[in-house]
Design a protein around this ligand. Structure first.
Ligand SMILES: C[S@@+](CC[C@H](N)C(=O)[O-])C[C@H]1O[C@@H](n2cnc3c(N)ncnc32)[C@H](O)[C@@H]1O
Length: 223
């Protein structure tokens, strides 16, 4: 039996259900609205106001939705974005071709750009546009060892009940080290234990209103 299935979410955008993790890649209340709220608005747009160049690390490339939305922001503004994303279990083209992001995001050439990002060589920097530089790393999150490289981390692993090993103090210490001073980590998760672990790793925590269907989300600051 195929362990990955395409699922429709409430805002019309699709996502994937993983039987292995018993998790959706995005909220069923709307994949697009969740990514826009948590990663683009609370992450990128919050930071973008005072920087001409931004480096982003995404934990979990998955469907590529966050990457496509970030590329869209880079196209609309003059900010240069360096986007690095990590993925251990890349999706096959047999499933990617059923995702409808090209039609639900109003952006020129969205289908072609989406396919280009999926087709990019792993571990190689690719210029997708003159404001968007993209690198996919095929590796385990647990082996990350960046130091002071990123302004923003999109922390988009599966939920703590599915992957408790990724929401620990030691993982968040790696995230803290990967960020520059004044960098931020954004996540859809607002669990008390996760916020405590982030704090123990050195972050200052901000609780924000969550996307539709969730009361809260978290923005963590390296100060
Ligand atoms: C919630 S989904 C990510 C959603 C993604 N940001 C998107 O826009 O579709 C979590 C992703 O993390 C990946 N993943 C899970 N465990 C991992 C690990 N230990 N190392 C690297 N990637 C992992 C999964 O394969 C999945 O693609």
């Amino acid at each position: 039996m195929n362990e990955l299935k395409i699922v429709a979410t409430n805002d019309g955008s699709s996502t994937i259900f993983s039987e292995k993790y018993n998790q959706q890649y995005h909220s069923l209340h709307g994949a697009l609205q969740e990514s826009m709220h948590v990663f683009i608005q609370a992450g990128l747009q919050f930071k973008q106001t005072n920087l001409k160049e931004i480096s982003i690390l995404e934990i979990g490339f998955g469907t590529g939705l966050n990457a496509l939305l970030t590329l869209n922001e880079a196209t609309k503004s003059n900010t240069k974005i360096n986007f690095t994303t990590i993925e251990k279990y890349p999706l096959s083209t047999d499933i990617i071709k059923f995702l409808n992001y090209g039609s639900v995001i109003s952006m020129d050439n969205s289908f072609a750009l989406f396919n280009q990002m999926h087709a990019c060589e792993w571990n190689t920097l690719t210029s997708i546009s003159n404001t968007f530089y993209f690198k996919k790393l095929k590796m385990d999150f647990e082996n990350i060892d960046f130091i002071n490289e990123f302004d923003i981390i999109y922390f988009d692993a599966f939920a703590p009940n599915a992957q408790p090993e990724l929401w620990t103090i030691s993982m968040f210490e790696k995230m803290f080290n990967a960020l520059k001073f004044n960098g931020i980590l954004v996540t859809y998760c607002a669990k008390g234990e996760v916020k405590r672990n982030l704090k123990m790793a050195g972050f200052q925590i901000e609780s924000l209103n969550g996307p539709v269907g969730k009361r809260e989300m978290t923005r963590a600051h390296k100060k």
